[in-house]
Design a protein around this ligand. Structure first.
Ligand code: ZN
Length: 371
């Protein structure tokens, strides 16, 4: 694997220089995509926008020539055969990969990036399927859900929403939905996704016991009780159909059925339930399926990344992304601080967005989300 990786770095470096002999201009090295869904950080190869179909074929041929047939060359072959398929076919295929014994995350990541970079998917227009929601209702977004259940944070059947394809929802609108507030302003200690071989369905935010925890959006409290590993947990259903979960609380400040507004304190932080040390375990769910809060919330800047969230159904859940994501491809000599400065953002934000550490080594051809 190490040998393979070396080849890839040289390859992507060559592509990068061929496209950009100056090595300084950001023009042509940035492109806007709708979705980048990553399961861990493993990739089949880098410099996605630098490799056209022929280049991927050349890469596979050179791998075959110098290293013989391997799992890696098979994956490259598979990748090539998939690029002619439609988006729906590819999503179905990704789902089937999740059911294999050793899930090939690198291949899945690569297909997801390929999907994200298809030119026809780049659009900034208002989506025609945008769900706005209504504020003055007793049960928010009722038609999305089969029940209003106070006893269980996630009472929805596993296959609920399985016929969905994609959906855009409005995240905030002062008149129709209310505002947004960050639940707790503090350091994120664990991110969403695969961590040490298991799924973490939310993000952990550090806090001291008794620190106030705020609702992220306007909505109605569905659950406020002690529930298993969550400990004292509040679940709020919002008017746009999202549900947010605030776990390990020390005290409740709301009760089931209460209407809450964004920024209202729903409880005081603690470490009840299955928790080591006081922190907030914060989840965002749609129809019971967890989605990555950091895909549309900047915890570093305490704001929404965009006012619209796109949800795309897969067999196992939904992938989520804000509209108008900007990707930067790392060039030789780049560093995180310089990239952050160039895009008017911070190294903390870049690290958060990309699931990397601020002192991580960047490599030529690496793709970083900058917005
Ligand atoms: Zn957690």
């Amino acid at each position: 694997m190490r040998l393979t990786l070396t080849i890839l770095l040289l390859f992507s470096g060559a592509v990068s220089f061929a496209n950009d002999p100056e090595g300084h201009s950001a023009e042509g090295k940035r492109d806007t995509v709708e979705a980048v869904v990553m399961y861990g950080e493993e990739m089949l190869f880098d410099a996605v926008d630098g490799l056209n179909e022929q280049q991927v074929k050349d890469l596979r041929d050179s791998v075959l020539k110098f290293h013989g047939r391997s799992e890696f060359s098979d994956y490259l072959g598979l990748y090539i055969s998939l690029t002619s398929k439609t988006e729906d076919e590819l999503i179905t295929y990704i789902d089937s990969l999740f059911e294999t014994d050793e899930v090939p995350y690198a291949l899945i990541n690569q297909i997801n990036l390929f999907l994200a970079n298809r030119p026809e998917r780049v659009t900034n227009s208002v989506p025609k399927d945008l769900f706005i929601g209504a504020k003055n209702v007793a049960i928010p977004a009722e038609h999305f859900y089969p029940s209003w259940d106070n006893t269980n944070p996630n009472p929805y059947p596993w296959d609920w929403g399985s016929t969905d394809t994609s959906l855009s929802i409005l995240l905030s609108d002062p008149q129709k939905l209310g505002d947004f507030a960050i639940p707790v302003v503090n350091t994120m200690t664990s991110t969403f996704g695969w961590r040490d071989g298991r799924m973490h369905n939310g993000v952990d935010i550090d806090l001291e016991v008794w620190d106030p925890v705020q609702s992220a959006f306007d909505g109605v409290v569905r659950v406020a009780r002690y529930y298993g590993g969550y400990g004292r947990v509040v679940v709020v259903r919002h008017f746009n159909g999202l549900e947010t979960v605030y776990a390990h609380l020390h005290r409740f400040k709301v009760k089931e059925g209460d209407k809450v507004y964004a920024g209202q304190v729903v409880g005081l932080g603690g470490s009840s339930g299955k928790s080591t040390g006081s922190h907030l375990h914060f989840e965002v769910r749609f129809k019971g399926k967890p989605i990555n809060p950091a895909s549309f919330i900047s915890f570093d800047e305490q704001r929404l990344i965009n006012d619209t969230l796109v949800l795309k159904r897969t067999k196992n859940g939904y992938v989520s992304y804000p509209k108008g994501v900007l990707i930067y491809t790392v060039k030789r000599g780049d560093n995180l601080f310089e990239i952050a400065r160039q895009y008017g953002t911070t190294t903390y934000r870049l690290a958060e967005l990309n699931g990397i550490r601020r002192n991580d080594y960047l490599y030529v051809g690496q793709r970083l989300r900058v917005i």
